[in-house]
Ligand binder design. Structure first.
Ligand SMILES: [Zn+2]
Length: 464
């Protein structure tokens, strides 16, 4: 199995630190507002990676944090006249809801930054002992010059960086790219914790160094996040963690998911092309959104548009309709009719599916295999030249693939069983020539957005 490692800039054979076990940490959101498309994409990408590792039989520990203290949190809470904690307590459940709707497994551990302050202070103290910090009037800073590898992780030219560095609030910093480890309290409404440097709060980067260390140890397998986090966030995490725990410490593989653009433009609130997940869920099944994310390789950018969503909706509907009607006409077919037997080897498709996934989680390629298989089976089905075993094999393949995709089989189960029940009732009515009743049932289903189609093989249904 190969993984593209941002650290080396190339694909590497995946060899976990401990055989059969994968420990991964993914940077989570700052919880000051509802999650947007970018959050959804990152979370879905790493969910697929996690699910495929589970599919391969690895024991996976998945940690993803919530940043519940930072400038954005403080500003928003202040605007609303509530505490930072109130804001986090309101927003975190919204993320949980959105991620669940997207079919994302909850992390094994979802630590909040504010619950790990002591661990952060401890790391800052160690950095101080080792001479990597200095103190200014507004806080404690990491001295980038003290860590000779700074910039290597993200392949940055520090001179270029200096030129382009955003004007920082503190002009007293030794270097523009030195970053705050501890920020001293400025205003009364700022949440703060005691430390030897005075009351304050942690900088953003130190959070992930501390929480990954606490929950996964000095060394772990995969660290993930969006491409926008490579610099400065991950560069800074690397500097802190390696400075404290040594050159061999920290994540072995670094994985980053691509950006989302909106109609070829960067998504931003100021451009007015900003979509929260909730905006989109109002009009689209969240699983359609998940399916849209799955169709692009996790490292490539997605150019989001409503057309793209519509295409995903149609594609997913094709898969679901295929599954729903798969057994129609094959329920009572015996397995031993020689003249109609065509062997379909689902195993070949499974192998190709896994080959794509083993190559840096190439899900877009793997989905191609799924659609190919569906196309082949559809062609054979219409000639009625499949055995029941073959049909069962197809279902097994799709169920297996859906352990990773998680879009095909989860569709509103209650709707499914209710509809099947009504179809049975309608069949019974039709057999008894009770067409009034049969029409009533058809209308009832139509009101629920379900259309029926009577085929020579029986009645099938579709969602409008
Ligand atoms: Zn992080």
């Amino acid at each position: 199995m190969k993984i593209f490692n941002t650290k080396s800039g190339g694909k590497e054979e995946f060899i976990p630190l401990k055989k059969g076990v994968v420990k991964m940490y993914v940077c989570g959101p700052t919880v000051y507002d509802l999650g947007h498309l970018g959050h959804g994409r990152s979370a879905v990408c790493f969910d697929v990676i996690r699910k495929y590792l589970l599919y391969k039989g690895f024991k996976v520990t998945f940690v993803s944090n919530y940043t519940d203290i930072d400038d954005k949190m403080i500003n928003r809470a202040n605007e609303e006249g509530i505490t930072v904690k109130d804001l986090a307590d309101r927003i975190i459940p919204e993320y949980v809801r959105d991620y669940e709707a997207l079919g994302i497994m909850a992390p094994d551990i979802a630590p909040k930054a504010t619950e790990n302050i002591a661990e952060m202070v401890e790391i800052i103290e160690k950095l101080q002992e080792k001479g990597h910090t200095y103190v200014l009037d507004d806080g404690v800073y990491f001295d980038v010059k003290s860590f000779p590898h700074y910039g290597k992780f993200s392949r940055q030219n520090l001179e270029d960086l200096k030129m382009g560095a955003r004007v920082d609030v503190n002009e007293k910093k030794k270097n523009p790219y030195d970053f705050a480890l501890w920020k001293l309290k400025k205003d009364d409404f700022e949440p703060s914790w005691k430390s030897q440097w005075g009351e304050g709060r942690p900088g953003w980067h130190i959070e992930c160094s501390a929480m990954s260390f606490r929950y996964l140890g000095e060394k772990f397998d995969i660290h993930g996040g969006g491409l926008d986090l490579v610099f400065p966030h991950h560069e800074c995490e690397v500097a802190q963690s390696l400075a404290v725990f040594g050159d061999k410490a920290f994540a072995k593989y670094w994985m980053h998911n691509g950006f989302i653009n909106i109609d070829n433009e960067k998504m931003s609130k100021s451009l007015g092309n900003f979509f929260t997940l909730r905006d989109i869920f109002e009009k689209y099944d969240p699983k359609v959104v998940r399916f849209m994310f799955l169709q692009t390789h996790y490292r490539n950018p997605i150019n989001f548009s409503l057309d793209l969503l519509e295409q995903a909706k149609a594609g997913l509907q094709r898969l679901r309709d295929f599954v729903r009607t798969l057994h129609v006409g094959y329920e009572k077919l015996p397995d031993n009719i020689d003249d109609v037997r065509i062997i379909v080897n689902a195993e070949d498709y499974v192998k190709t599916f896994e080959q794509y996934m083993d190559n840096d989680f190439d899900l877009s390629g793997a989905l191609g295999v799924v659609f190919d298989f569906v196309k082949t089976i559809n062609a054979l089905r219409s000639t009625k030249k499949l055995t029941k075993n073959a049909i069962d094999g197809v279902e097994k393949f799709l169920k297996n693939a859906d352990k990773v995709l998680n879009v095909i089989f989860e569709e509103e189960k209650s709707l499914h069983s209710d509809t099947e029940k009504l179809i049975e009732e309608r069949d019974f009515a039709r057999k008894n020539k009770d067409f009034k009743k049969s029409d009533e049932i058809r209308d009832k289903l139509l009101k629920k957005g379900v259309v029926l189609e009577d085929t020579p093989n029986g009645t099938i249904w579709k969602k409008l």
